[in-house]
Design a protein around this ligand. Structure first.
Ligand code: FAD
Ligand code: DLZ
Ligand code: SF4
Length: 523
């Protein structure tokens, strides 16, 4: 029908769809398409996002719109402050339909379930054909993941990852993995060294467009969490490519060995810092993995770094996305461990004597970023051990990170760190005592607490909390053969020592002040 209809097609492009080869633009011409981009109040406020996250999305959207216009496309860009802005995607599509008299709407499926529900209502609401296209920027479609998952009793990332390696041919030597192993994780657990000196990543000074967005955010969202001072994220494809170039040139070689290391005040280490660009659509996941594989083939980076990087992207990133769609909407409400504690206030203020937690919250506030092991084994581990309510933890992670969209945040938080899905994603909870943090970081050296002290005054809280967690979830976990040995150690301690652990943990938990929910969501 669109072939004979002289009216244009409306192509709404959402804030995380900033890709020139987006499915809704492919095959269309600049004369027969009106692109719609919308800054809307609903999206900016459904949680009270970190200020840097809003600046990043608005600035990247505005730059992308300008690039499309330069390339000759018609872009109808609605700004947050436009007088008649309705505040919602559906309201803006309705207004655009009136402005442009379009024959059809072509839109790429949303990253988030909440937004997809809105898009699915458009067919009933608008008097035209609505085509919802698959987001083929992901390597595994939602449907393919479902088919893979439906055949299995348990879902494990490692099995999914091997299929993705075969499918993409990345690091494959015929039917075999390069280096004769699928996974080199055992080489990727080096503790930090005192003489470690990771090179600075490229930082992008805010240009006029970004400065306008900073002003807007300070004006409208000035009381949201986070600082804008350090805003240096890539906001265009060109900048994102420069960030990727710098990662491949100087950090990839050490990415593997120090993937799990943490150093006080060193926020990036050897991580790529590319998640914000990947999630916005400024970088292509397959292209990045192909570059990493080439670096290995050319002898420029070791297999453990390259395999580790590729596993994060075609493994974890694709896996959590498939897992999210497979388990929504109930994943959002999952609480298998019945965790009910309020989120402690120091997640927002950073005011705690736990030096590891304080540093991770500081980086989160200043950069809208913390690296994986900080999110998992410090901030996440604490929430798990203390039994914090998943909804509150989910909201926190969704607010505070510049790369946070529900499709990637929720599985990592509910399933990976909190075990709220009861073990559908991970075979056991990632619970750890202070020992782990001490081994992988320099945090404990100058902490007010003593990591070697297990209970009582001045003891590292993670130590007693660990046993408190294990004890209170014994019934669920002791039959899990990956955890069973822990209970043998616990039983060997004897009742008196056990009571000391439990009392220490209780005494610490009693000191926690729950945060006001208003930090994350406006009532
Ligand atoms: P690198 O360490 O350089 O890794 C390379 C890339 O691999 C990342 O850019 C990312 O795209 C991908 N990746 C690595 N681990 C994961 C993972 N577990 N899930 C999905 N992708 C992964 N990542 C987000 O993009 N958004 C989130 O909201 C988010 N929330 C998280 C919450 C928790 C509790 C945890 C444990 C992890 C979360 N992650 C999230 C994954 C990971 O922490 C970030 O992707 C990473 O820290 C981004 O920094 P980087 O680009 O330097 O990553
Ligand atoms: C996170 C976010 C914010 C803060 N603002 C907008 C916006 O104004 N317009 C927009 O198109 N997208 C925004 N986003 C991203 C969306 O909330 C959402 O994550 C994606 O559309 C994926 O479904
Ligand atoms: Fe964190 Fe405990 Fe180490 Fe302090 S001693 S930094 S609280 S792990």
């Amino acid at each position: 029908m669109a072939d004979t209809d002289p009216r244009p097609v409306l192509a709404p492009i959402l804030g995380d769809q900033l890709t020139r080869t987006l499915a809704s633009l492919r095959g269309r011409t600049k004369d027969d398409t009106v692109i719609l981009m919308m800054e809307v109040w609903d999206e900016a406020t459904y949680v009270r996002h970190h200020k840097q996250k809003i600046v990043l999305i608005f600035s990247a959207m505005r730059h992308f719109a300008a690039e499309l216009r330069d390339a000759g496309w018609t872009v109808d860009y609605v700004r947050l402050t436009d007088a008649d802005n309705s505040g919602s995607f559906t309201g803006e599509v309705a207004r655009a339909m009136e402005r442009h008299d379009c024959s059809a709407i072509h839109v790429v499926e949303a990253g988030e379930w909440r937004v997809q529900q809105q898009i699915e209502e458009w067919a009933g609401r608008f008097d035209c054909a609505v085509e919802i296209l698959e987001d083929d920027r992901f390597l595994c479609s939602i449907g393919n993941f479902r088919e893979w998952a439906e055949d299995r009793d348990t879902l494990r990332m490692e099995n999914f990852y091997r299929e993705m390696r075969r499918k993409t041919g990345l690091l494959m030597d015929g039917g075999k993995p390069v280096g004769d192993a699928w996974n080199f994780d055992h080489d990727n657990r080096e503790s930090p060294r005192d003489d470690m000196d990771p090179p600075e990543r490229p930082k992008f000074e805010p240009d006029e467009i970004t400065r306008d967005c900073i002003e807007l955010v300070e004006d409208k969202f000035g009381d949201h969490f986070g600082s804008l001072e350090n805003f240096r994220w890539p906001v265009t494809r060109d900048q994102a490519e420069k960030a990727a170039d710098a990662f491949f040139a100087v950090r990839l070689t050490k990415f593997g060995p120090y993937q799990d290391a943490m150093v006080h005040g060193q926020d990036d280490l050897y991580h790529s810092m590319l998640s914000t660009s990947l999630n916005l659509g400024l970088l292509d996941p397959l292209e990045l993995c192909e570059r990493a594989a080439k670096a290995y083939a050319d002898g420029e980076a070791p297999i453990n770094s390259v395999e580790g990087f590729i596993r994060q992207i075609i493994g974890w990133r694709e896996y959590v996305r498939g897992f999210y769609w497979y388990h929504m909407p109930h994943l959002e409400r999952a609480n298998a461990l019945n965790a009910q504690r309020g989120l402690p206030e120091f997640y927002w203020t950073g005011e705690t004597d736990m030096r590891c937690m304080a540093d991770c919250v500081r980086s989160t506030r200043d950069n809208a970023h913390a690296h994986h092991i900080q999110r998992l084994m410090v901030l996440g581990n604490f929430a798990l051990l203390a039994g914090v309510n998943p909804r509150e933890v989910q909201d926190w992670y969704l607010v505070v990170y510049a790369d946070a969209y529900e499709w990637v945040e929720l599985p990592n938080v509910a399933a990976m760190i909190l075990y709220a899905d009861g073990g559908k994603l991970a075979s056991k909870p990632y619970a750890a005592s202070g020992n782990y943090i001490n081994k992988m970081s320099d945090y404990c050296r100058k902490c007010t607490y003593s990591v070697s002290k297990k209970t009582g005054e001045g003891a590292c809280p993670f130590n007693a909390l660990y046993w408190h967690f294990m004890d209170r979830h014994r019934e669920r976990l002791e039959n899990n053969n990956r955890v069973a040995r822990v209970y043998q150690n616990w039983d060997r301690m004897g009742e008196e020592r056990q009571a000391e652990y439990l009392e220490s943990a209780e005494a610490f938990l009693d000191t926690l002040t729950p945060a006001d929910r208003g930090w994350a969501r406006s009532e």
